[in-house]
Design a protein around this ligand. Structure first.
Ligand code: F6P
Length: 463
Protein backbone atom coordinates (compact mmCIF):
# COMPACT_ATOMS: atom_id res chain seq x y z
CA UNK A 1 0.00 0.00 0.00
CA UNK A 2 1.39 3.46 -0.87
CA UNK A 3 2.59 5.67 1.94
CA UNK A 4 0.29 8.57 2.79
CA UNK A 5 1.32 12.19 3.35
CA UNK A 6 -1.33 14.50 4.79
CA UNK A 7 -0.76 18.25 4.47
CA UNK A 8 -2.76 20.94 6.26
CA UNK A 9 -2.16 24.35 7.75
CA UNK A 10 -2.57 23.16 11.31
CA UNK A 11 -0.98 19.98 12.52
CA UNK A 12 -2.28 17.54 15.17
CA UNK A 13 -2.18 18.93 18.65
CA UNK A 14 -2.40 22.51 17.33
CA UNK A 15 -5.90 23.82 17.81
CA UNK A 16 -9.27 22.84 16.43
CA UNK A 17 -8.47 22.60 12.74
CA UNK A 18 -6.52 19.43 13.00
CA UNK A 19 -8.25 18.01 16.10
CA UNK A 20 -11.01 15.95 14.48
CA UNK A 21 -8.96 15.18 11.41
CA UNK A 22 -6.07 13.94 13.51
CA UNK A 23 -8.31 11.43 15.24
CA UNK A 24 -9.70 10.34 11.89
CA UNK A 25 -6.39 9.94 10.13
CA UNK A 26 -4.23 8.57 12.94
CA UNK A 27 -5.14 4.97 12.11
CA UNK A 28 -4.79 5.47 8.35
CA UNK A 29 -1.41 7.18 8.73
CA UNK A 30 -0.16 4.37 10.95
CA UNK A 31 -1.40 1.68 8.52
CA UNK A 32 0.25 3.43 5.63
CA UNK A 33 3.42 4.37 7.49
CA UNK A 34 2.74 7.98 6.59
CA UNK A 35 3.22 11.40 8.09
CA UNK A 36 1.46 14.72 8.51
CA UNK A 37 2.97 17.97 7.30
CA UNK A 38 2.05 21.54 8.24
CA UNK A 39 2.83 24.77 10.01
CA UNK A 40 4.60 24.52 13.37
CA UNK A 41 2.59 27.32 14.96
CA UNK A 42 5.84 29.28 15.30
CA UNK A 43 6.61 32.68 13.75
CA UNK A 44 10.31 33.41 13.33
CA UNK A 45 12.51 35.98 11.58
CA UNK A 46 14.38 33.47 9.40
CA UNK A 47 12.63 30.12 8.98
CA UNK A 48 14.79 27.07 8.46
CA UNK A 49 14.20 25.59 5.00
CA UNK A 50 14.14 22.09 6.52
CA UNK A 51 11.13 20.66 8.29
CA UNK A 52 11.46 19.32 11.82
CA UNK A 53 9.79 15.94 12.46
CA UNK A 54 8.39 14.75 15.76
CA UNK A 55 5.91 12.25 17.12
CA UNK A 56 2.67 13.87 18.27
CA UNK A 57 0.00 11.69 19.84
CA UNK A 58 1.22 8.70 17.86
CA UNK A 59 1.41 10.57 14.54
CA UNK A 60 4.66 11.41 12.76
CA UNK A 61 4.46 15.15 12.05
CA UNK A 62 6.75 17.34 9.95
CA UNK A 63 6.55 21.08 10.58
CA UNK A 64 7.91 24.28 9.22
CA UNK A 65 8.09 27.76 10.74
CA UNK A 66 6.87 30.88 8.93
CA UNK A 67 7.78 34.54 9.14
CA UNK A 68 5.27 36.81 10.84
CA UNK A 69 4.65 38.80 7.64
CA UNK A 70 4.18 35.74 5.44
CA UNK A 71 1.89 34.12 7.95
CA UNK A 72 -0.22 37.25 8.20
CA UNK A 73 -0.57 37.56 4.41
CA UNK A 74 -1.26 33.84 3.97
CA UNK A 75 -3.52 33.09 6.97
CA UNK A 76 -5.29 36.22 8.26
CA UNK A 77 -4.99 37.87 4.83
CA UNK A 78 -5.59 35.82 1.71
CA UNK A 79 -7.01 32.67 3.37
CA UNK A 80 -9.29 34.21 5.97
CA UNK A 81 -10.07 37.73 4.73
CA UNK A 82 -10.56 36.82 1.06
CA UNK A 83 -11.10 33.11 0.50
CA UNK A 84 -13.11 32.37 3.65
CA UNK A 85 -15.68 35.19 3.27
CA UNK A 86 -15.99 34.66 -0.49
CA UNK A 87 -16.42 30.90 -0.25
CA UNK A 88 -19.09 31.54 2.42
CA UNK A 89 -20.79 34.07 0.13
CA UNK A 90 -19.97 37.02 2.41
CA UNK A 91 -18.34 39.30 -0.16
CA UNK A 92 -19.43 42.24 2.00
CA UNK A 93 -17.01 40.99 4.67
CA UNK A 94 -14.07 40.36 2.34
CA UNK A 95 -11.07 42.69 2.51
CA UNK A 96 -8.95 42.69 -0.58
CA UNK A 97 -5.29 43.63 -0.31
CA UNK A 98 -3.32 42.73 -3.42
CA UNK A 99 -0.05 41.85 -1.71
CA UNK A 100 -1.65 39.08 0.38
CA UNK A 101 -1.76 36.86 -2.67
CA UNK A 102 2.04 36.93 -3.00
CA UNK A 103 2.37 35.93 0.65
CA UNK A 104 -0.14 33.12 0.15
CA UNK A 105 1.83 31.78 -2.82
CA UNK A 106 5.15 32.22 -1.05
CA UNK A 107 4.00 30.14 1.89
CA UNK A 108 2.66 27.41 -0.42
CA UNK A 109 5.99 27.40 -2.29
CA UNK A 110 7.82 27.17 1.04
CA UNK A 111 5.66 24.17 2.04
CA UNK A 112 6.43 22.48 -1.29
CA UNK A 113 10.19 23.06 -0.97
CA UNK A 114 10.28 21.73 2.58
CA UNK A 115 8.14 18.70 1.70
CA UNK A 116 10.05 17.78 -1.46
CA UNK A 117 12.96 15.84 0.13
CA UNK A 118 10.50 13.68 2.07
CA UNK A 119 8.40 12.51 -0.89
CA UNK A 120 9.08 9.00 -2.22
CA UNK A 121 7.96 8.03 -5.76
CA UNK A 122 4.91 5.97 -4.67
CA UNK A 123 3.66 8.30 -1.95
CA UNK A 124 0.09 9.54 -2.11
CA UNK A 125 -0.30 13.16 -1.00
CA UNK A 126 -3.55 14.42 0.51
CA UNK A 127 -3.77 18.22 0.85
CA UNK A 128 -6.43 19.82 3.05
CA UNK A 129 -8.32 23.04 2.71
CA UNK A 130 -8.30 26.51 1.22
CA UNK A 131 -4.98 27.57 2.75
CA UNK A 132 -3.22 25.11 0.44
CA UNK A 133 -4.88 25.41 -2.97
CA UNK A 134 -1.58 26.13 -4.85
CA UNK A 135 0.38 23.29 -3.23
CA UNK A 136 -0.06 20.75 -6.04
CA UNK A 137 1.04 23.35 -8.63
CA UNK A 138 4.14 24.09 -6.58
CA UNK A 139 4.93 20.39 -6.18
CA UNK A 140 4.34 19.64 -9.87
CA UNK A 141 6.65 22.54 -10.66
CA UNK A 142 9.33 20.78 -8.61
CA UNK A 143 8.81 17.62 -10.65
CA UNK A 144 6.44 15.67 -8.41
CA UNK A 145 4.14 13.42 -10.44
CA UNK A 146 2.66 11.47 -7.54
CA UNK A 147 -1.07 11.20 -7.03
CA UNK A 148 -2.11 14.38 -5.18
CA UNK A 149 -5.58 14.90 -3.78
CA UNK A 150 -7.24 17.99 -2.35
CA UNK A 151 -10.09 18.14 0.12
CA UNK A 152 -12.05 21.34 0.65
CA UNK A 153 -13.52 21.49 4.15
CA UNK A 154 -15.56 24.63 3.46
CA UNK A 155 -18.29 25.23 0.85
CA UNK A 156 -17.36 25.93 -2.75
CA UNK A 157 -18.60 29.39 -3.85
CA UNK A 158 -21.05 30.28 -6.57
CA UNK A 159 -19.57 31.43 -9.89
CA UNK A 160 -20.16 35.14 -9.10
CA UNK A 161 -18.50 34.93 -5.70
CA UNK A 162 -15.58 33.09 -7.24
CA UNK A 163 -15.13 35.79 -9.86
CA UNK A 164 -14.88 38.36 -7.06
CA UNK A 165 -11.73 36.66 -5.74
CA UNK A 166 -8.50 38.16 -7.05
CA UNK A 167 -6.52 35.59 -9.03
CA UNK A 168 -9.43 33.18 -9.16
CA UNK A 169 -8.29 31.83 -12.49
CA UNK A 170 -4.85 30.97 -11.17
CA UNK A 171 -6.49 29.32 -8.18
CA UNK A 172 -8.71 27.26 -10.43
CA UNK A 173 -5.70 26.32 -12.50
CA UNK A 174 -4.01 25.28 -9.25
CA UNK A 175 -6.99 23.06 -8.51
CA UNK A 176 -6.64 21.47 -11.92
CA UNK A 177 -3.19 20.16 -10.89
CA UNK A 178 -4.79 17.78 -8.40
CA UNK A 179 -5.89 14.28 -9.36
CA UNK A 180 -8.92 14.25 -7.08
CA UNK A 181 -10.84 17.13 -5.51
CA UNK A 182 -13.12 16.15 -2.65
CA UNK A 183 -15.96 18.41 -1.59
CA UNK A 184 -18.29 18.24 1.40
CA UNK A 185 -21.63 18.24 -0.38
CA UNK A 186 -23.29 17.73 -3.75
CA UNK A 187 -24.12 21.44 -3.84
CA UNK A 188 -20.35 22.17 -3.82
CA UNK A 189 -19.68 19.78 -6.67
CA UNK A 190 -22.48 21.45 -8.68
CA UNK A 191 -21.00 24.92 -8.00
CA UNK A 192 -17.58 23.71 -9.10
CA UNK A 193 -18.98 22.11 -12.24
CA UNK A 194 -20.78 25.33 -13.04
CA UNK A 195 -17.49 27.23 -12.90
CA UNK A 196 -15.73 24.62 -15.00
CA UNK A 197 -18.51 24.99 -17.60
CA UNK A 198 -18.48 28.86 -17.56
CA UNK A 199 -14.83 29.83 -17.00
CA UNK A 200 -13.86 33.46 -16.51
CA UNK A 201 -13.27 35.14 -19.88
CA UNK A 202 -10.53 37.61 -18.92
CA UNK A 203 -8.29 39.01 -16.23
CA UNK A 204 -7.87 42.68 -15.37
CA UNK A 205 -4.25 42.97 -16.32
CA UNK A 206 -1.96 41.08 -18.63
CA UNK A 207 -3.15 38.69 -21.27
CA UNK A 208 -6.37 36.80 -20.68
CA UNK A 209 -5.80 33.41 -19.14
CA UNK A 210 -6.65 30.44 -21.26
CA UNK A 211 -9.47 28.40 -19.90
CA UNK A 212 -8.52 25.85 -17.29
CA UNK A 213 -8.14 22.25 -18.37
CA UNK A 214 -9.71 19.95 -15.79
CA UNK A 215 -9.22 16.76 -17.78
CA UNK A 216 -6.85 15.17 -15.23
CA UNK A 217 -8.99 16.10 -12.25
CA UNK A 218 -11.85 14.14 -10.80
CA UNK A 219 -14.29 16.04 -8.55
CA UNK A 220 -16.73 14.36 -6.19
CA UNK A 221 -18.54 14.81 -2.88
CA UNK A 222 -17.11 12.97 0.12
CA UNK A 223 -19.10 14.27 3.11
CA UNK A 224 -16.99 14.19 6.26
CA UNK A 225 -18.44 12.89 9.52
CA UNK A 226 -17.64 12.15 13.15
CA UNK A 227 -16.86 8.95 15.01
CA UNK A 228 -20.42 8.32 16.25
CA UNK A 229 -19.58 5.26 18.37
CA UNK A 230 -16.78 7.09 20.13
CA UNK A 231 -19.03 10.09 20.77
CA UNK A 232 -21.85 7.90 22.06
CA UNK A 233 -19.39 6.33 24.52
CA UNK A 234 -17.94 9.69 25.49
CA UNK A 235 -21.41 11.08 26.22
CA UNK A 236 -21.87 8.55 29.04
CA UNK A 237 -18.28 8.71 30.31
CA UNK A 238 -17.62 9.88 33.89
CA UNK A 239 -16.29 13.25 32.65
CA UNK A 240 -19.40 13.88 30.53
CA UNK A 241 -21.69 12.72 33.33
CA UNK A 242 -20.02 15.16 35.71
CA UNK A 243 -20.93 17.99 33.33
CA UNK A 244 -24.48 16.64 32.98
CA UNK A 245 -24.97 16.56 36.75
CA UNK A 246 -23.58 20.09 37.11
CA UNK A 247 -25.94 21.39 34.45
CA UNK A 248 -28.95 19.48 35.80
CA UNK A 249 -28.45 21.20 39.12
CA UNK A 250 -28.26 24.60 37.43
CA UNK A 251 -31.20 24.02 35.07
CA UNK A 252 -33.77 22.36 37.31
CA UNK A 253 -36.78 21.68 35.06
CA UNK A 254 -35.73 23.96 32.24
CA UNK A 255 -35.17 22.44 28.80
CA UNK A 256 -31.70 23.13 27.44
CA UNK A 257 -31.24 24.56 23.96
CA UNK A 258 -27.58 24.28 23.00
CA UNK A 259 -25.39 26.00 20.42
CA UNK A 260 -21.68 25.22 20.04
CA UNK A 261 -19.78 27.15 17.38
CA UNK A 262 -16.52 28.94 16.76
CA UNK A 263 -17.23 32.66 17.04
CA UNK A 264 -17.42 33.12 13.28
CA UNK A 265 -19.80 35.24 11.22
CA UNK A 266 -20.60 32.22 9.06
CA UNK A 267 -22.24 30.50 12.04
CA UNK A 268 -25.29 32.79 12.11
CA UNK A 269 -25.04 33.55 15.82
CA UNK A 270 -26.79 36.96 15.80
CA UNK A 271 -29.67 35.43 13.82
CA UNK A 272 -29.80 32.59 16.32
CA UNK A 273 -30.09 34.94 19.29
CA UNK A 274 -32.79 36.89 17.44
CA UNK A 275 -34.73 33.67 16.78
CA UNK A 276 -34.50 32.73 20.44
CA UNK A 277 -35.65 36.19 21.44
CA UNK A 278 -38.67 35.77 19.17
CA UNK A 279 -39.40 32.40 20.72
CA UNK A 280 -39.55 33.99 24.17
CA UNK A 281 -41.48 37.00 22.94
CA UNK A 282 -44.14 34.89 21.18
CA UNK A 283 -44.44 32.13 23.78
CA UNK A 284 -44.68 33.62 27.26
CA UNK A 285 -45.35 30.14 28.68
CA UNK A 286 -41.85 29.05 27.69
CA UNK A 287 -40.14 31.67 29.83
CA UNK A 288 -38.56 29.98 32.86
CA UNK A 289 -39.07 26.67 31.04
CA UNK A 290 -36.23 26.97 28.59
CA UNK A 291 -32.58 28.02 28.65
CA UNK A 292 -30.20 28.73 25.78
CA UNK A 293 -26.54 27.85 26.33
CA UNK A 294 -24.35 29.24 23.58
CA UNK A 295 -20.73 28.11 23.66
CA UNK A 296 -18.65 30.24 21.28
CA UNK A 297 -14.87 30.05 21.56
CA UNK A 298 -13.21 33.08 19.92
CA UNK A 299 -11.61 32.43 16.57
CA UNK A 300 -9.33 34.43 14.23
CA UNK A 301 -9.74 37.36 16.56
CA UNK A 302 -7.07 39.52 14.94
CA UNK A 303 -9.46 40.02 12.01
CA UNK A 304 -11.78 43.03 12.24
CA UNK A 305 -14.89 41.23 10.97
CA UNK A 306 -14.52 38.61 13.71
CA UNK A 307 -14.16 41.30 16.38
CA UNK A 308 -17.30 43.00 15.05
CA UNK A 309 -19.28 39.76 15.13
CA UNK A 310 -18.17 39.31 18.72
CA UNK A 311 -19.27 42.87 19.62
CA UNK A 312 -22.61 42.41 17.88
CA UNK A 313 -23.25 39.24 19.80
CA UNK A 314 -22.29 40.84 23.14
CA UNK A 315 -24.83 43.58 22.47
CA UNK A 316 -27.57 41.17 21.38
CA UNK A 317 -27.16 38.84 24.34
CA UNK A 318 -27.17 41.90 26.63
CA UNK A 319 -30.39 43.12 25.04
CA UNK A 320 -32.02 39.71 25.37
CA UNK A 321 -31.05 39.53 29.04
CA UNK A 322 -32.33 43.03 29.73
CA UNK A 323 -35.61 42.20 28.05
CA UNK A 324 -36.38 38.80 29.57
CA UNK A 325 -34.17 38.06 32.58
CA UNK A 326 -35.73 38.16 36.05
CA UNK A 327 -33.86 38.51 39.32
CA UNK A 328 -34.17 34.73 39.69
CA UNK A 329 -34.16 33.60 36.03
CA UNK A 330 -31.83 34.04 33.11
CA UNK A 331 -32.86 33.07 29.60
CA UNK A 332 -29.36 32.58 28.23
CA UNK A 333 -25.81 31.65 29.18
CA UNK A 334 -23.20 32.80 26.72
CA UNK A 335 -19.73 31.34 27.16
CA UNK A 336 -16.84 32.60 25.06
CA UNK A 337 -14.43 29.77 25.64
CA UNK A 338 -13.67 26.29 24.41
CA UNK A 339 -14.63 23.12 26.25
CA UNK A 340 -13.07 19.69 25.93
CA UNK A 341 -14.89 16.97 24.04
CA UNK A 342 -16.04 15.06 27.16
CA UNK A 343 -17.79 18.15 28.56
CA UNK A 344 -19.32 18.93 25.16
CA UNK A 345 -20.55 15.36 24.77
CA UNK A 346 -22.28 15.67 28.15
CA UNK A 347 -23.87 18.99 27.16
CA UNK A 348 -25.04 17.53 23.84
CA UNK A 349 -26.63 14.59 25.61
CA UNK A 350 -28.47 16.82 28.05
CA UNK A 351 -29.71 19.31 25.48
CA UNK A 352 -33.33 18.92 24.42
CA UNK A 353 -32.50 20.89 21.28
CA UNK A 354 -29.24 21.07 19.34
CA UNK A 355 -29.37 24.41 17.55
CA UNK A 356 -27.04 24.36 14.53
CA UNK A 357 -27.90 27.28 12.28
CA UNK A 358 -24.91 28.46 10.23
CA UNK A 359 -25.63 30.81 7.34
CA UNK A 360 -23.37 28.61 5.25
CA UNK A 361 -21.13 25.76 6.34
CA UNK A 362 -19.01 23.08 4.68
CA UNK A 363 -20.41 20.24 6.81
CA UNK A 364 -20.78 21.17 10.50
CA UNK A 365 -19.58 18.40 12.74
CA UNK A 366 -21.43 19.75 15.78
CA UNK A 367 -24.59 18.40 14.12
CA UNK A 368 -22.97 14.94 13.85
CA UNK A 369 -21.67 15.02 17.41
CA UNK A 370 -25.00 16.18 18.81
CA UNK A 371 -26.81 13.28 17.12
CA UNK A 372 -24.22 10.73 18.27
CA UNK A 373 -24.38 11.89 21.90
CA UNK A 374 -28.13 11.42 22.37
CA UNK A 375 -29.81 9.01 24.76
CA UNK A 376 -31.61 6.56 22.40
CA UNK A 377 -34.55 6.33 24.85
CA UNK A 378 -34.99 10.07 25.24
CA UNK A 379 -33.22 11.82 22.36
CA UNK A 380 -33.20 15.55 21.72
CA UNK A 381 -34.09 17.30 18.46
CA UNK A 382 -31.64 18.69 15.94
CA UNK A 383 -32.64 22.07 14.47
CA UNK A 384 -30.36 22.44 11.48
CA UNK A 385 -29.65 25.08 8.86
CA UNK A 386 -30.46 23.94 5.35
CA UNK A 387 -27.25 25.74 4.29
CA UNK A 388 -24.95 23.41 6.22
CA UNK A 389 -23.49 20.50 4.25
CA UNK A 390 -24.94 18.33 7.04
CA UNK A 391 -28.45 19.10 5.75
CA UNK A 392 -27.79 16.72 2.82
CA UNK A 393 -27.31 13.92 5.36
CA UNK A 394 -29.70 14.80 8.18
CA UNK A 395 -33.00 15.19 6.39
CA UNK A 396 -34.84 14.16 9.57
CA UNK A 397 -33.62 17.20 11.46
CA UNK A 398 -35.93 20.21 11.62
CA UNK A 399 -34.39 22.04 8.67
CA UNK A 400 -34.55 25.84 8.77
CA UNK A 401 -33.54 28.87 6.78
CA UNK A 402 -31.32 30.62 9.37
CA UNK A 403 -31.90 34.03 7.76
CA UNK A 404 -35.61 33.63 8.56
CA UNK A 405 -35.62 34.04 12.33
CA UNK A 406 -39.41 33.54 12.52
CA UNK A 407 -38.96 30.13 10.95
CA UNK A 408 -36.14 29.22 13.34
CA UNK A 409 -38.21 30.42 16.32
CA UNK A 410 -41.10 28.23 15.17
CA UNK A 411 -38.79 25.23 14.68
CA UNK A 412 -37.52 25.76 18.22
CA UNK A 413 -41.09 25.76 19.53
CA UNK A 414 -41.86 22.55 17.64
CA UNK A 415 -38.64 20.93 18.85
CA UNK A 416 -39.37 21.81 22.48
CA UNK A 417 -42.87 20.35 22.19
CA UNK A 418 -42.06 17.31 20.08
CA UNK A 419 -43.56 14.06 21.42
CA UNK A 420 -41.13 11.36 22.44
CA UNK A 421 -42.18 8.91 19.66
CA UNK A 422 -41.41 11.46 16.98
CA UNK A 423 -38.11 12.39 18.63
CA UNK A 424 -37.08 8.72 18.73
CA UNK A 425 -38.18 8.09 15.18
CA UNK A 426 -36.29 11.10 13.82
CA UNK A 427 -33.21 10.38 15.92
CA UNK A 428 -32.94 6.75 14.73
CA UNK A 429 -32.73 7.98 11.16
CA UNK A 430 -30.32 10.76 12.06
CA UNK A 431 -28.08 8.26 13.84
CA UNK A 432 -28.17 5.95 10.82
CA UNK A 433 -26.98 8.95 8.75
CA UNK A 434 -24.17 9.64 11.24
CA UNK A 435 -23.07 5.99 11.00
CA UNK A 436 -23.24 5.89 7.22
CA UNK A 437 -21.07 9.01 7.06
CA UNK A 438 -18.55 8.28 9.77
CA UNK A 439 -15.15 9.90 9.52
CA UNK A 440 -13.50 6.48 9.01
CA UNK A 441 -15.67 5.79 5.97
CA UNK A 442 -14.94 9.29 4.70
CA UNK A 443 -11.17 8.76 4.78
CA UNK A 444 -11.48 5.28 3.35
CA UNK A 445 -13.73 6.27 0.46
CA UNK A 446 -11.63 9.34 -0.42
CA UNK A 447 -8.33 7.48 -0.30
CA UNK A 448 -9.58 4.48 -2.22
CA UNK A 449 -10.60 6.87 -4.99
CA UNK A 450 -7.35 8.85 -4.86
CA UNK A 451 -5.10 5.82 -4.77
CA UNK A 452 -6.99 2.66 -5.65
CA UNK A 453 -4.97 -0.43 -4.83
CA UNK A 454 -5.22 -3.48 -7.03
CA UNK A 455 -4.06 -6.98 -6.15
CA UNK A 456 -0.95 -7.28 -3.94
CA UNK A 457 -1.53 -3.74 -2.71
CA UNK A 458 -0.13 -2.32 -5.97
CA UNK A 459 -1.67 0.89 -7.33
CA UNK A 460 -4.43 0.08 -9.80
CA UNK A 461 -4.87 2.01 -13.03
CA UNK A 462 -7.23 4.93 -12.44
CA UNK A 463 -8.56 5.65 -15.86
O1 F6P B 1 -13.80 24.67 8.68
C1 F6P B 1 -12.57 24.99 8.13
C2 F6P B 1 -11.51 25.13 9.19
O2 F6P B 1 -10.27 25.41 8.63
C3 F6P B 1 -11.46 23.86 10.02
O3 F6P B 1 -10.62 22.91 9.45
C4 F6P B 1 -11.09 24.36 11.37
O4 F6P B 1 -11.63 23.61 12.40
C5 F6P B 1 -11.65 25.73 11.45
O5 F6P B 1 -11.83 26.15 10.12
C6 F6P B 1 -10.82 26.64 12.32
O6 F6P B 1 -9.86 27.28 11.60
P1 F6P B 1 -8.58 28.04 12.08
O7 F6P B 1 -7.44 27.14 11.73
O8 F6P B 1 -8.55 29.31 11.32
O9 F6P B 1 -8.71 28.24 13.56
Amino acid sequence: MSRLIVVSNRTPGKGPAAGGLAVALRKTLAERDGFWFGWSGRLVDRPDSEAVFEDIEGIKVGKIDLTRDDHHAYYAGFSNSILWPSFHLRLDLATIEGHWYEGYRRVNAQFAQALLPHIAPDDVIWVHDYHMIPLASELRHLGINNRIGFYLHIPFPTVDALYAIPHHNELMRDLSRYDLIGMQANRDVSAFTEFADHQSPSTLSGSPLKSVDFSRTEVAAFPIGSDPEAFARLAVSPAATKMVRRMERALGDQALVLGVDRLDYSKGLPQRVEAYEKLLANNASLRRQVHLLQVAPPSRDTIKEYQETSDTLDAMVGRLMGRFAEPDWQPVTYVKRAYGQPSLAGLYRLARVGLVTPLRDGMNLVAHEYVASQDPHDPGVLVLSRFAGAAEIFEDALLVNPFDTDETAEALRLALNMPIEERRHRWERLMAGAHDHSVDRWAESYLSRLAPTGQNGQPAPVR
